[in-house]
Unconditional design. Structure first.
Length: 255
């Protein structure tokens, strides 16, 4: 009796071990194979392959972007397009995103870029040069909370006639060591620099040479907690009293 019972238990164990994971009641292991996704309509042409997202945007759209279900698998983005008016929160909370490159991208109709890359905590490299921001009004929090950002090329940005808010634009870029904005054009329209470079703890060099920031009316906490910068900067050749806008140590290399 005892031997037959033991034999039955062993046989049952062998049968269970041969069952699929889900039937055995154990947690299934996710499929590690890379995701491939393609989509095209009047507003988008999208290709996603092994974490690399290539996006062509044509005009404005309604609702979620077609790749939103894959946000946690996207590590690299190449962005192209034209005709948009809003890019608000386009890649917000893409916490695995590491690299962004902008190709043929006409941003001249875009009014709002706020939070475009907000909280992309793994983002390390951005090449988004030569943007025509003629219609832009908001750049607020565009790169806020990009903790790992070490390289960013924003050379050649140009602005139009509308007042532009850049509040918290680079806030919490804690790993960034240098930032050059000297090639920006039309900067007289920038009106708000509240917390723009705040908590950039490793920032050692900030180049604002040649910028006209005479239209800025709010400097609250602009360089707060930027301890690796020194304590002076100039705007259009005029020294600025940093006390009311820094609160902690900060500086900029100005004209």
């Amino acid at each position: 009796m005892g031997k037959r019972l033991l034999s039955a238990i062993i046989s049952l164990g062998l049968v269970v071990s041969m069952l699929p994971v889900g039937i055995r009641g154990e947690e299934a292991v996710s499929d590690p194979s890379p995701v491939t996704f393609e989509y095209e309509d009047e507003h988008f042409k999208v290709e996603l392959d092994d974490g690399c997202l290539d996006v062509l945007i044509n005009g404005d759209w309604q609702g979620d972007v077609p790749w939103s279900d894959y946000r946690n698998q996207i590590t690299e983005v190449t962005l192209r397009g034209s005709g948009m008016t809003k890019l608000t929160a386009l890649f917000k909370d893409y916490t695995k995103l590491e690299r962004v490159t902008v190709g043929e991208f006409d941003a001249s109709t875009v009014t709002d870029c706020s939070e475009m890359f907000y909280n992309c905590q793994a983002l390390k490299k951005v090449d988004i040069r030569n943007l025509n921001l003629a219609a832009a009004e908001k750049l607020d929090k565009m790169f806020d909370n990009c903790y790992e950002l070490t390289s960013i090329n924003v050379n050649g940005w140009s602005f139009g006639n509308k007042q532009v808010s850049a509040r918290s634009l680079f806030r919490n870029c804690r790993t960034l060591k240098s930032l050059d904005l000297s090639s920006w054009k039309g900067t007289k329209v920038i009106c708000n620099l509240d917390s723009t470079f705040r908590d950039c703890e490793q920032l050692e060099k900030l180049t604002l040479t040649g910028l006209d920031l005479s239209g800025v009316s709010s400097w609250a906490n602009t360089f707060r907690n930027d301890a690796k910068l020194s304590t002076k900067f100039t705007v259009s050749g005029t020294a600025v009293d940093t006390g009311f806008c820094l609160l902690d140590a900060a500086t900029a290399e100005g004209s």
